[in-house]
Write a protein that binds this ligand. Structure first.
Ligand SMILES: CCCCCCCC(=O)SCCNC(=O)CCNC(=O)[C@H](O)C(C)(C)COP(=O)(O)OP(=O)(O)OC[C@H]1O[C@@H](n2cnc3c(N)ncnc32)[C@H](O)[C@@H]1OP(=O)(O)O
Length: 229
């Protein structure tokens, strides 16, 4: 029993692969790894170095929602899913570094903005050599969803509309800039652009609508906890 309780107390989860109960501290996946290209590292370094000065916070990112519980509780959700086994956040489901979604997010709640630096990997292929439109939609939904959760908590995506404007080569580097456009009751309207951070190419432009639970929008989430509203 102690073997089960200790990892939980440490914020770790039983390792589903080894079927053991040794503490496995969750790994923050939003930091450079060997699969990040030089361009990805350069842009990450720039965003990180200017973040604090300009009021942005880098968000750690773990493979499972529950692993956010200690550092980013508003991303962990409500459910006590300790016993749920190997559930994974969809954009973090592919295990090999660089194979799937590599991304790091920076959040600015007072400004209602989020930046997501990303590098789509080879397992996200649609047409040969190009990222699948569904993979791009995942990046967009995750970014808009994270911003909505940060601002208001307990929000689901009700609607997502994406204009795909230019193909995205696999292993390219992209910067998604998202913003909260307006709130209307328990609805949030958000938008984002997905660009080549070094050039003029606008790869996609999207809008999303998030709906909060009846009576809960604005009472939970990072902004409510931090008194940013
Ligand atoms: C890392 C972590 C980030 C994760 C981010 C991931 C985010 C996600 O992907 S969430 C998963 C995908 N989304 C879902 O599963 C949502 C499923 N849908 C629902 O739960 C519901 O349909 C929901 C909440 C959107 C609306 O339900 P409900 O509030 O009961 O609808 P209803 O009462 O009929 O309508 C309320 C209002 O919303 C509007 N509305 C309803 N559905 C939609 C829609 N799909 N799009 C736009 N407007 C809508 C209605 O027209 C109505 O508007 P008004 O008040 O102006 O008359």
């Amino acid at each position: 029993m102690l073997r089960r309780a200790l990892p939980r107390a440490l914020g770790a989860v039983p390792c589903p692969r080894r079927r053991c109960h040794r503490p496995c501290p969750p790994r923050d996946l939003a930091v450079p790894n060997a699969a990040w290209s030089d361009r990805m590292r350069r842009h990450y370094g720039h965003l990180l170095s200017t973040a604090t000065r300009e009021g942005w916070t880098r968000l750690p990112s773990f493979r499972r929602a529950r692993e956010h519980r200690h550092q980013v509780p508003w991303l962990a959700g409500d459910s006590d899913s300790d016993g749920a086994g190997d559930t994974r956040l969809f954009p973090r489901a592919i295990e090999g570094d660089g194979d799937g979604f590599e991304f790091a997010m920076f959040l600015n709640v007072p400004k209602g903005r989020l930046r997501c630096l990303c590098q789509p990997g080879p397992f996200l292929e649609g047409h040969p050599g190009l990222a699948h439109g569904g993979a791009i939609a995942t990046l967009v939904d995750t970014s808009l969803g994270t911003l909505a959760l940060a601002v208001a908590g307990r929000v689901v995506t009700a609607n997502l509309s994406i204009d795909y404007l230019a193909p995205v080569p696999l292993r390219s580097v992209l910067l998604l800039e998202a913003s909260l456009q307006r709130r209307q009751g328990r609805k949030l309207f958000l938008g984002c652009d997905l660009r080549d951070p070094d050039g003029d190419t606008l790869h996609a432009r999207a809008t999303g609508e998030g709906h909060g639970d009846r009576g809960t929008l604005g009472t939970r989430g990072h902004a409510a906890h931090q008194g940013h509203r």
